[in-house]
Design a protein around this ligand. Structure first.
Ligand code: MSP
Length: 468
């Protein structure tokens, strides 16, 4: 059986889940469900990134031991994903001793390969990104993604990884169409130009951060949180039972701010440790909330729970997928979502299903096997969710509404064969729409398919109540 391994970034637990985390997680779920539908054996991995300075500082503020804090927050992510019907197969935590052991082993391999040396790090560090900053990261002297106080001066002895040694090999891999792993195309060009601009080696350990995995050859230092975190993708395949053959990953999904880590640093680490490289990374843009960056101080952070309370599980999944930010940032907000929900789900799809199931009540339905359309599959593979959903609406939903309005079957006698023909066509279309939309809205799709199984049964309650 064909195998498919998909991952999301593992999220920092200095905060509870928000719509940004939800965005990548729902996207990964949609892709995972498509591959299962195609009969593949899927391993879908997500989890939490628990070491490092940022998490340690948050725990301290909360007055908790760090591990205690992690044990409190990590389940919030699992619960949020379960409530959204995310079909992850394993939830990894970087504080899992099985992961920690593999991190030590890989670091040791990199060291044994002669790719590690000790040097002084002097420069700026962003605690928000957990990243050593370069000139290009700076806006007004601090990291552009986080408040100024998160940028701090560092001067410490660190272990460095010879990233520069692997740059020519990585450029070659990316430039070769057959081995290129960076999608979409724009991101590939961005990385190539950065790589060709000259690259410095990177620090892989921290001297003064106790909350981390000890560096195998130097107990006084801990592994830099990004080196620890990236290894999760590989470590899970090694310690979760029966998953060894899933490496290398088929698809890493991630947001644009962590592109460099996933397309350069991760590859160099794997090359050094002599481990196969992931086949594809897909980097998406960001959600902006009502035109602004989401931030606690602006008070505009949207949580998955808030989305579910407004739109239900499938409504949320639909809205997230439909507004998925690909090449450009996508503007979202509760009011905007309400409009979209009412237009697409309540007035269009929901209304169609309720009309047809009422009109055709008791009608016998042929249970033909439903097939995936190649075009739809291709659009999902290319992470063009908006277009994939549009394809379903154009082909089956809108066309049925049009047909109903043109043919007005409710005006025809029950016995009129034309009435049955029109309704049969709509039923067939609705079933195909539900079949394809099941990867986005699994429960709703099942409800719809049940409604049109054997004989038509009207819906007991509307699928998507209108929101005022
Ligand atoms: N812990 C690291 C990732 C390590 S992976 C080996 C990390 N965590 S994070 O909690 O900050 O999550 C970052 C990810 O959350 C982004 O890459 C993206 O997937 C998602 N998003 C966070 N904010 C987002 C938006 N505003 N919009 C869309 N997705 C965003 O970085």
């Amino acid at each position: 059986m064909k195998k498919f391994f998909i991952t999301t970034p593992i999220y920092y637990i200095n905060d509870i889940p928000h719509i940004g985390h939800t965005c990548t997680t729902v996207a990964a779920d949609v892709v995972a469900r498509l591959h299962r539908l195609k009969g593949e054996e899927v391993f879908f991995l997500t989890g939490t990134d628990e070491h490092g300075q940022k998490v340690a500082e948050t725990a301290e503020k909360e007055g908790l031991e760090v591990k205690e804090y992690c044990d409190k927050i990590s389940p919030r992510f699992q619960e949020a994903w379960k409530a959204l019907n995310i079909s992850f197969d394993f939830f990894i935590r970087t504080t899992d001793p099985r992961h920690e052991k593999i991190v030590g082993e890989i670091l040791q391999k990199i060291y044994d390969n002669g790719d590690v040396y000790k040097a002084k790090y002097e420069g700026l560090y962003c605690i928000g990104c957990e990243k050593f900053l370069t000139e290009t990261d700076l806006i007004d002297g601090h990291c552009g993604l986080h408040p100024p106080e998160k940028t701090v001066e560092k001067s410490e002895d660190n272990w460095f990884f010879k990233l520069s040694k692997y740059v020519p090999q990585i450029i070659k891999l990316i430039e070769d169409e057959k081995t290129n792993y960076i999608f979409p195309e724009g991101k590939k060009l961005e990385i190539l130009s950065k790589l060709k601009g000259g690259i410095r080696d990177v620090s892989i350990s921290r001297e003064n951060v106790a909350w981390g995995i000890p560096t195998p050859w130097d107990e006084k230092q801990t592994v830099y949180v990004w080196f620890d975190a990236l290894i999760n993708y590989y470590s899970a395949t090694q310690f979760v039972e029966g998953k060894k053959d899933f490496w290398p990953a088929d698809l890493h999904l991630l947001g644009k701010e962590i592109l460099w880590f996933h397309t350069v640093i991760w590859q160099a680490m794997l090359l050094s440790a002599n481990i196969a490289l992931p086949k594809k990374t897909y980097t998406h843009s960001f959600y902006m909330v009502d035109g602004q960056k989401m931030s606690k101080s602006l008070g505009n952070v949207i949580s998955p729970q808030q989305l579910r309370e407004n739109f239900g599980t499938d409504g949320t999944r639909y809205l997230i997928t439909r507004s998925f930010p690909t090449d450009n940032d996508s503007d979202v907000g509760i009011d905007r979502f309400k409009e979209k929900y009412n237009a697409d789900l309540a007035n269009n799809l929901g209304n169609l299903v309720s009309r047809v199931s009422k009109l055709a009540e008791g009608q016998i339905v042929e249970n033909t096997e439903l097939q995936l359309e190649a075009e739809f599959e291709k659009l999902i593979d290319e992470v063009k969710f908006d277009q994939a959903i549009q394809f379903v609406f154009d082909k089956w939903v809108d066309s049925s509404n049009l047909k109903l309005n043109q043919e007005t079957p409710w005006k025809l006698e029950k016995e009129d064969p034309k009435r049955k023909t029109v309704l049969d066509e709509c039923i067939n279309n609705i079933k195909l729409a539900a079949f394809h939309l099941q990867i986005v809205m699994p429960e709703t799709a099942q409800n719809i398919l049940n409604c049109f199984k054997n004989t038509v049964k009207p819906l007991e309650t509307g699928l998507f109540p209108r929101i005022k």
